[in-house]
Design a protein around this ligand. Structure first.
Ligand code: NAD
Ligand code: MG
Length: 400
């Protein structure tokens, strides 16, 4: 296996740090060419000392200048850069083989799309980029011969459970190959058993404390509202080319079965493991080979039992809103995603209650009819329009 050069977008986040933990175990296979973070300069500097990348990127130019001085003082040749153009450049560097797309939210779209247009192997954690830009992103992947490997544990599980030879190309019509349904599992989040009245009162601290997974704050809130699963349904639609009618959600509180594929002959193939993101990260990094990930062996006796239940769309309307956006098509998923990002931030800031999140998103979907989505500009315009509508909703809610 020749040495692979990596760009890691979002290197200081939960996925970024887990990626570096897997990379650290295999210095003979992976070299880090570019590390990209937003604000956490101290952690980025520590990562540079360990992995000695050619480039390190921060969001702000002054922060990057300070980092450059620190790097030089430490005798490192790493070049510090800043801004979105630098992220796009890192995603498309000629010497880079694979790009870990692990920026959170719409901010990850431009660099992830740049990786697709440069024909890279993309390890996709940043589901929001695919949700908001589905047709534009998938066309870029196709036209430039990029490869998409899912990091999201559910999609990685499905990828592992698909017929031989799928290799991540959604134009391989899966129903024609005997696939009847994709079953996405969901833990149900920290409020799975809460009553509607109790949901009104939950706090950001309770929402970010996920029972099974340790993740960034935004995706933790998404897991609590179940919007995370909604985004994942849309993600599965684009990654695997499956219609919404063939994608089902199953609540599975133990998070041991990471998702399942049902075939016409009645077979159901699943991938199991401990809830540890290093498994899908290692799978995608080494695909089609297998490498150690530092993940503890699954102890089925300790797991004891596996439970399943249907999702409750009344207590968790975000899941239904995502299905609605997927069937509306065009710009509707971009509207859903942008409204959700604004709503989650407002909830974390204490400016919106938990049940206000789906109310705000529904209002934005009502106000903004779906438009065709055929270019990056159209995606960015839909995103901006939905953010403006969401902020207007928040301002009216505060005034009322
Ligand atoms: P996180 O909040 O822990 O980390 C986010 C990373 O993005 C950080 O490195 C941050 O510096 C960077 N970032 C934030 N805003 C940025 C901006 N404007 N420009 C450039 N960089 C920016 O988030 P996370 O939990 O690691 O999640 C990252 C992505 O992976 C999300 O899309 C999430 O949905 C997806 N994901 C995460 C998990 C998980 O277990 N954490 C699982 C599945 C999918
Ligand atoms: Mg997931």
């Amino acid at each position: 296996m020749p040495l692979q050069n990596l760009t890691i977008l979002g290197c200081t986040g939960s996925i970024g740090v887990n990626t570096l933990d897997v990379v650290r175990r295999h210095p003979d296979r992976y070299r880090v060419t570019a590390l990209c973070a937003h604000r956490q300069a101290d952690l980025l500097f520590a990562q540079c000392l360990e992995f000695r990348p050619r480039f390190a990127v921060l969001g702000d130019a002054e922060d990057a200048a300070a980092l450059q001085a620190q790097l030089a003082a430490a005798g490192l040749p790493t070049e510090a850069l800043s801004g979105v153009e630098a992220l796009e450049r890192m995603a498309a560097l000629p010497e880079v083989d694979a790009v870990m797309a692990a920026i959170v939210g719409a901010a990850g779209l431009r660099p992830t799309l740049a990786a697709a247009r440069a024909g890279k192997k993309i390890l996709l954690a940043n589901k929001e980029a695919l949700v908001m830009a589905g047709p534009v992103f998938m066309r870029a992947v196709r036209e430039h011969g990029a490869a998409l490997l899912p990091i999201d544990s559910e999609h990685n599980a499905i990828f592992q459970s698909l017929p031989d030879g799928f290799h991540g190309d959604p134009s391989h019509a899966l129903p024609a190959r005997g696939v009847r349904r994709l079953l996405l599992t969901a833990s149900g989040g920290p409020f799975r058993a809460h009553s509607p009245a109790a949901l009104e009162k939950v706090t950001p601290e309770q929402a970010v404390a996920h029972p099974n997974w340790s993740m960034g704050r935004k995706i933790s809130v998404d897991s609590a509202t179940m919007m995370n699963k909604g985004l994942e349904v849309i993600e599965a639609h684009w990654l695997f080319g499956m219609d919404a009618e063939r994608i089902d959600v199953v609540i599975h509180p133990q998070s041991v079965i990471h998702s399942l594929v049902e075939y016409v002959d009645g077979s159901v193939i699943a991938q199991l493991g401990n809830p540890d993101m290093r498994t899908p990260i290692a799978h995608a990094l080494a695909y089609p080979e297998r490498i150690a990930a530092g993940v503890a062996a699954l102890d089925l006796f300790q797991v004891g039992r596996l439970d399943f239940e249907a999702p409750d769309l009344e207590r968790f309307p975000c899941l239904a809103l995502a299905f609605r956006a997927l069937s509306a098509g065009g710009s509707a998923p971009a509207t859903l995603n942008a409204a959700n990002e604004v709503a989650v931030q407002a909830f974390l800031d204490g400016a919106l209650g938990f049940t206000g999140i789906p109310a705000l998103i529904a209002a934005c979907l009502d106000a903004l009819p779906a438009k065709p989505l055929d270019s990056l500009d159209a995606v960015l315009a839909a995103d901006a329009e939905a953010r403006a509508a969401a902020r207007g909703y928040l301002a009216r809610a505060v005034a009322a």
